[in-house]
Design a protein around this ligand. Structure first.
Ligand SMILES: C[S@@+](CC[C@H](N)C(=O)[O-])C[C@H]1O[C@@H](n2cnc3c(N)ncnc32)[C@H](O)[C@@H]1O
Length: 213
């Protein structure tokens, strides 16, 4: 499944990575606000899973200047774009990238001294709804986080319109409120904000949950 998924998305993003940043700001809402929901000084390094072209990585590096920032993605075309963005913004030494299929591969998380540590924040921005096994991924995130670490998620939630639902499904996006229920269950200490966009066409969420001790 991992190989099939990676091949499919490598092919998809080989085309879409070229106009991803020019188009996705139109409908990937909440990405500019989610950092406001994180604590000022979260524990441990920050990892974005499914970092894509690195849109969030440079914001995270600017917001958390003392933190190690790591971007993880399954696809090479998106990582190539992220690498260029990081270097263009002068963050080459601060943000590192890994090609990794989260949920199957092991992520490597090193602190400033090169010691293997658990991440303090796992950040998912419009990535969880693309993962068919999201329940397993939420469990994996819980295990991977350090005690008192945070999961931060911004993503689609639901639409009442079949056409919109089918359009997103065609793009492999699961518009599924169950993802929020699973997050709430695993991270009962959480903040959640949901917002409707385009006059109620769909709902997206910002979820920040804290792992227990
Ligand atoms: C819609 S893009 C979002 C990119 C970025 N987070 C943003 O907000 O612009 C989803 C990204 O998740 C990646 N992805 C999907 N499943 C993944 C997995 N299991 N492990 C790592 N990356 C994954 C895809 O390759 C893609 O780059």
């Amino acid at each position: 499944m991992k190989e099939k998924f990676t091949k499919k998305w490598n092919d998809f993003y080989a085309v879409h990575s070229h106009f991803y940043d020019q188009t996705r700001w139109l409908y990937l809402f909440g990405r500019n606000n989610i950092c406001d929901w994180l604590p000022k000084d979260p524990p441990g390094p920050i990892i974005e899973i499914g970092c894509g072209t690195g849109f969030n990585l440079t914001s995270l590096a600017a917001r958390f200047p003392d933190k190690e920032i790591i971007g993880v993605d399954a696809t090479i075309p998106m990582l190539d774009k992220a690498r260029k963005r990081i270097s263009r913004n002068g963050y080459a030494g601060r943000i590192s990238l890994q090609q990794c299929f989260y949920g199957k591969d092991t992520i490597h998380c090193l602190d400033n001294n090169g010691t293997n540590v658990k991440p303090g924040v796992l950040f998912f921005s419009y990535a969880l709804t693309l993962m068919p096994d999201y329940e397993y991924v939420i469990e994996q995130a819980y295990k991977d986080l350090c005690p008192k670490g945070y999961i931060a998620v911004v993503d689609f939630v639901e639409t009442k319109f079949k056409l919109v639902h089918d359009w997103f499904k065609w793009h492999q996006v699961q518009m599924n409120e169950d993802i929020i229920h699973k997050l709430e269950k695993r991270f009962p200490d959480y903040n959640l904000k949901t917002s409707l966009v385009f006059g109620g066409l769909w709902k997206y969420c910002i979820f920040v949950g804290k792992k227990a001790e």
